[in-house]
Design a protein around this ligand. Structure first.
Ligand SMILES: Nc1ncnc2c1ncn2[C@@H]1O[C@H](COP(=O)(O)OP(=O)(O)OP(=O)(O)O)[C@@H](O)[C@H]1O
Ligand SMILES: [Mg+2]
Length: 261
């Protein structure tokens, strides 16, 4: 399909950003161009410190790039944020410790002053992320995986079209992380969002994505964009299939060339 630019959920053109600290110039990202279609799951993978979070902050309108621009369904990020079109999930769930699950999820609605159909929406989200029975618990009474679920529900509460996730499961142990991957895959398939998902995990990128963008070392440039042509819905047994294993191997080779082993 030939897309007009405004039809893309996200369109990044010619992004460049450089920090200046202690009189030193640190180029973080350079010459970044990509498009994400509506209802597409795209992950970004790259070495530690290469500039992923910088790119994330620029895409989410939290940082102004030195050069280039981002459009969200044809709008500037500023306009998209004003229309609550973007939801964020960070590595640290940043929940308010004195608010229970329900009230943490409700927070973005309270901020934008939307009191209509409040309870029903939150109830649906609590069920979507599998937290029924824990509505009244405060964050310290929850496991790491449960806190992650709360932050995903909170990101979805304003019904954004785009979900931006930066190392969202980076602080979880491996078993919980795998479980959250399965849950996020299901949530993606049920809610039809466009997702930009930043990760260090090859397994996570392949399991969840429609495409994976591979970044170089800092300053991050796009090395390759890989189609993850695995069928959906994705179940855990996919991880034993040849195509999944080949794709993870291909990505691993991008980061650790055979000659270095
Ligand atoms: N606010 C800032 N001021 C100055 N330099 C910064 C700032 N934020 C990031 N940097 C620098 O930009 C580079 C890229 O950082 P960034 O956080 O984007 O990397 P990353 O790929 O997200 O790393 P990680 O994988 O460890 O999360 C690093 O060299 C970092 O020191
Ligand atoms: Mg980062």
């Amino acid at each position: 399909m030939d897309y007009a630019r405004g039809a893309y959920a996200l369109s990044a053109s010619d992004l460049f950003h450089s920090y200046r600290s202690n009189d030193k110039k640190i180029d973080a990202i350079n010459n970044i161009n990509f498009n994400i279609k509506n209802n597409e799951f795209v992950s970004i993978i790259g070495p530690s410190g290469c500039g992923k979070s910088t790119l994330f902050r620029i895409v989410g309108g939290l940082l102004e790039p030195n050069k280039g621009e981002i459009r969200c369904f044809g709008l500037s990020t500023h306009e998209a944020l004003q229309k609550n079109m973007i939801g964020f999930v960070f590595q640290n769930p940043v929940l308010l410790p004195w608010r229970n699950v329900k009230k943490n999820i409700a927070l973005p609605l309270e901020i934008i002053g939307n009191n209509s159909a409040f309870d029903k929406r939150i109830e649906q989200l609590i069920s979507l992320v599998g937290l029924q029975g824990f509505e009244g618990f405060i964050p310290k009474e929850l496991s790491g995986g449960m806190r992650s679920r709360v932050s995903i529900a909170r990101a979805l509460v304003t019904n954004p079209k785009i979900l931006l996730m930066d190392e969202a499961f980076g602080s979880l142990d491996e078993l919980t992380r795998e479980r959250m991957n399965i849950e996020l895959g299901r949530i993606f398939e049920e809610t039809q969002k466009s997702v930009l998902f930043i990760t260090h995990s090859i397994a996570e990128a392949v399991f969840l994505s429609d495409r994976t963008i591979v970044l170089s070392k800092r300053p991050a440039t796009i090395q390759e964009i890989i189609e993850i042509d695995l069928p959906r819905p994705r179940k855990i047994k996919l991880k034993t299939e040849k195509r999944y294993i080949d794709l993870t191997q291909h990505l691993r080779d991008r980061f650790i060339p055979e000659a270095e082993l």
